[in-house]
Design a protein around this ligand. Structure first.
Ligand code: ZN
Ligand code: ZN
Length: 825
């Protein structure tokens, strides 16, 4: 009996794979390809169990696909730019690059210790100038086409630190460093015109049939296409207030208007009012509130009456104009008509300030009364209190009222989108420098391609104060204008790191290429990505940007694809004691500790067995024992027979075998069938493991009966099948067992076991017995039983007999392998 010494086994095979370059690949037009991608990690310092879950899923599928004869691309890299590295620099005085490289080295060692089958020669880090050079190159191509542009946009600004803050650094409207209130400031920023692709992003979802519906719904909502109407509400002595609404049918119920506190008309409306100074102060307070909290309704709805009135173009009535914190500039027109009876935000606001609530849509059922209703009604119904439109169904009223507005010249039907252009400017050091310079004479000038990459200067002061560290590096800022040769100032904004992750999966194909971002022939071979596994939190942002980037590259003539990813599979999270595991909650599990106790194979198997891959898994210290015991059971079984079997000649499996051997073969081939489908089609890796556990139980049960004589060939087949099917899950121990069973060359080059459908067939079948269309019983009969035998057995079933007795049998039909149908009168 040999011990299961997982430490030695795992180290041995990891070294062997590395020495052989076991997972290195090249394009091979003679073989089917499979591109299996996982979301590249941010090098925060530690691989956590959530990463491990993501990468275990892709590793199982990659290893299975290789054994199935596919040429498999399963690469890894590092999403290495971004804020945490810069914060570490500020806090601990370590340069962001040094911090990042150290973390990458540590995490790489952790990934290797888990035995993932990566072609390490393709590893990329987005902080390498040889990578981000191509971000710059893409940016210049987009600039040439007007997809990249510069415009003013509001940013969070800390007047004490003199720096721009990301939303998450300005939570609650307070600077995360100095606790000073944050202001909104308009600054020149760089954008990518993703809105030019908004219709394509929606239409091409038809191609994403293998994406989960919930991801597509989130993307649809993010693009937020809505049909509605635009209307102008006249204000005496001022330009009209323009609003957008999807419910023009409720316009006669609009009893006030609300402008965003930032709306350019607010100051003008207040000018000359007796108490305008106080009102302005109040409005300034609303403006300073956290934008996201306002957008999400997490702040109490508040407003200030401007003292002015607008006219409802449908009713001619005067409506007070307010400035209110629940309306935001940048959404719609920054102004709304408020219909408190039929919009909950408006309702709450109207009740707070005592404004009339007027019902104009009556649903079926009890009559709504504006004076007493306790919440808005926003569903459909009959139009009331709306003059000529009374009596129409609300959905009929929408086009009719839009046509009326158009005829009278105060409005028109429109299509709007929630999607905004992508603001990519970050006033930060640790990102891709945006490759432009500013010349006093020539304005914005792109850096010529030949001067790329614009490299981050190694020395910059990381104090956390006074803005972007790049601004304080004169050698970086002082540049030459490529047009006139005069002095120019280099752009110090860097790019949002979502730029890096929008196209990294193309770079893996030719990671060292220096005359282009990727090799187009390689893209033709490997793309589209067959499977992309990652967290559901990336349903928008990353997964929308990645789709956008591919469409832009297609329009640049670089790829011939509309969509980069065929199948998307979001894996579930890892919980501990019911809570999501996270660094901030301090409930993370370090894989290193688990590996030291149980080995990488047990950790992998536990994570894959504990829950269906798309659902949350609950981490438990005791849960890992079961998978560990299972591996021991497999190990002991193989250990008992391996040495002898390795010396024996292989024998036939086709000739008449004794019944226990036939029974074992049936289970073996049924398991091959199930595990193959569970991995390849359904990605139900937990049920694949369960099937393997059943098979191992069956081998133990029949072991004594098949240990001698011709049945031994079936035992060998069963043990080898377990090792082959288990290999994607627990590759180290399987390699070891495979070698002990007398195989040379390793599982890396072994083929997936072939299904013998004949052997898998049950000797008997279960048939449902229907009487007049209702199932009344089930019978188990030999597969090849003649019809009269089936008939006798079916009619002998007590509940069937009960329904047939004393009646005339009109029909008796056997559908082979499925059911028996009896019709009686
Ligand atoms: Zn501050
Ligand atoms: Zn110039």
């Amino acid at each position: 009996m040999t011990d299961y010494d997982f430490q030695t086994i795992e180290t041995r095979w990891q070294h062997r794979w590395a020495a052989e370059g076991a997972f290195e690949i090249t394009e091979d037009p003679g073989r089917r390809k499979f591109y299996c991608l996982e979301m590249l990690p941010y090098p925060s310092g530690d691989i956590h169990v959530g990463h491990v879950r993501n990468y275990c899923i892709t590793d199982v599928i990659s290893r299975c696909k290789r054994m199935r004869g596919f040429n498999v691309m399963h690469p890894i890299g590092w999403d290495a730019l971004g804020l945490p590295a810069e914060n570490a620099a500020i806090k601990r005085g370590v340069h962001p690059e040094k911090w990042t490289r150290q973390n990458i080295a540590g995490m790489k060692r952790q990934l290797q210790r888990l035995g993932f089958s990566y072609p390490w020669s393709r590893e990329i880090a987005t902080c390498d100038p040889e990578y981000y050079r191509w971000n710059q190159w893409f940016f210049l191509r987009m600039l040439e086409r007007g997809i990249a542009y510069r415009a003013k946009a509001p940013v969070n600004w800390c007047p004490s630190c003199l720096t721009v803050l990301a939303n998450e650094q300005a939570e609650g409207g307070i600077c995360w460093r100095c606790k000073h209130p944050v202001e909104q400031r308009d600054m020149e920023q760089w954008f990518l015109r993703i809105t030019a692709y908004q219709d394509q992003l929606l239409e091409d979802m038809d191609e994403l049939r293998a994406w989960p519906e919930r991801v597509l719904v989130q993307q649809k909502n993010w693009v937020g296409k809505s049909l509605g109407a635009e209307m102008d509400f006249p204000v005496e002595g001022f330009p009209p207030i323009r609003v957008f609404t999807t419910r023009i049918d409720t316009t006669c119920g609009a009893t006030f208007m609300v402008l965003a506190p930032e709306h350019p008309m607010v100051d003008a409306l207040l000018a000359g009012r007796p108490d305008s100074a106080e009102r302005k102060e109040e409005i300034a307070r609303l403006r300073a509130q956290d934008r996201r909290a306002r957008l999400e309704g997490r702040v109490e709805k508040e407003g200030v009456f401007t003292g002015r009135f607008a006219t409802n173009p449908f009713t001619g009535e005067k409506m007070p104009v307010w400035a209110g914190n629940f309306v935001l500039m940048g959404y719609g027109t920054g102004a709304i008509m408020s219909v408190p009876a039929h919009d909950q935000r408006d309702f709450e606001f109207a009740r707070k300030y005592g404004i009339e609530v007027r019902v104009v849509i009556q649903p079926d059922g009890p009559r709504l009364d504006g004076a007493t209703m306790e919440a808005a009604y926003d569903g459909p119904g009959r139009v009331v209190n709306s003059g000529a439109f009374d009596g129409l169904a609300s959905e009929e009223a929408i086009p009719r009222m839009a046509a009326h507005a158009e005829a009278k010249g105060f409005g028109k039907a429109t299509v709007t989108y929630r999607l905004k252009d992508w603001l990519i400017s970050r006033q930060r050091y640790w990102g891709t420098p945006i490759p432009v310079v500013y010349c006093d004479k020539d304005g914005v000038q792109p850096v010529p391609d030949a001067q790329l990459p614009v490299v981050l200067p190694p020395d910059a002061p990381f104090t956390g104060e006074g803005g972007n560290p790049l601004e304080k590096v004169p050698e970086f800022v002082n540049a030459t204008c490529p047009r006139c040769g005069g002095k120019a100032r280099r752009e110090t904004d860097t790019m949002d790191t979502f730029v890096d992750s929008s196209w990294y999966f193309y770079r893996y194909l030719s990671p060292r290429k220096d005359d282009g971002p990727f090799d187009t022939a390689a893209v033709r071979y490997w793309f589209p990505i067959d499977l992309y596994v990652g967290g559901i939190e990336h349903a928008i942002l990353h997964l929308v940007y990645a789709r956008f980037w591919t469409k832009v590259m297609r329009d640049l003539g670089l790829v011939a694809l509309d969509e980069p990813v065929t199948r998307l599979f979001p894996q579930g999270m890892v919980h501990k004691e019911g809570e999501v595991m996270s660094k901030s909650k301090g409930n993370t599990i370090a894989p290193d500790d688990v590996i030291a106790r149980y080995g990488a194979d047990t950790l992998r198997l536990y994570i894959l067995f504990a829950a269906p891959p798309e659902l949350a898994m609950e981490w438990s210290e005791t849960g890992i024992e079961g998978p560990h015991r299972f591996l021991l059971r497999v190990w002991r079984l193989v250990d008992r027979h391996a040495v002898a079997l390795a010396k024996e000649p292989r024998g036939p499996l086709r000739e008449e075998l004794p019944p226990p051997a036939r029974e074992l073969r049936r289970k073996v081939h049924q398991t091959i069938d199930k595990v193959t489908r569970d991995i390849e089609e359904r990605i139900q890796l937990n049920t694949a493991v369960a099937a393997l556990m059943e098979l191992v139980n069956e081998i133990y049960r029949l072991e004594a009966d098949v240990s001698t004589g011709p049945g031994r060939h079936a035992l060998r087949e069963a043990l080898e099948t377990v090792v082959l099917l288990l290999n994607p899950f627990t590759p180290h121990v399987c390699e070891e067992m495979w070698a002990r069973l007398g195989h040379v060359g390793g599982l890396v080059r072994a083929s997936w076991p072939a299904l013998d459908a004949e052997a898998a067939r049950e000797d008997s079948v279960e048939l449902a017995v229907q009487v007049n269309g209702k199932v009344r019983g089930r019978v188990v009969v030999p597969r090849e039983a003649p019809e009269d035998e089936v008939r006798a057995r079916a009619l002998a079933e007590p509940r069937v007999a009960e329904h047939v007795q004393g009646k005339e049998m009109v029909r008796f039909v056997v559908v082979p392998g499925r059911l028996v149908s009896v019709v009686v009168k």
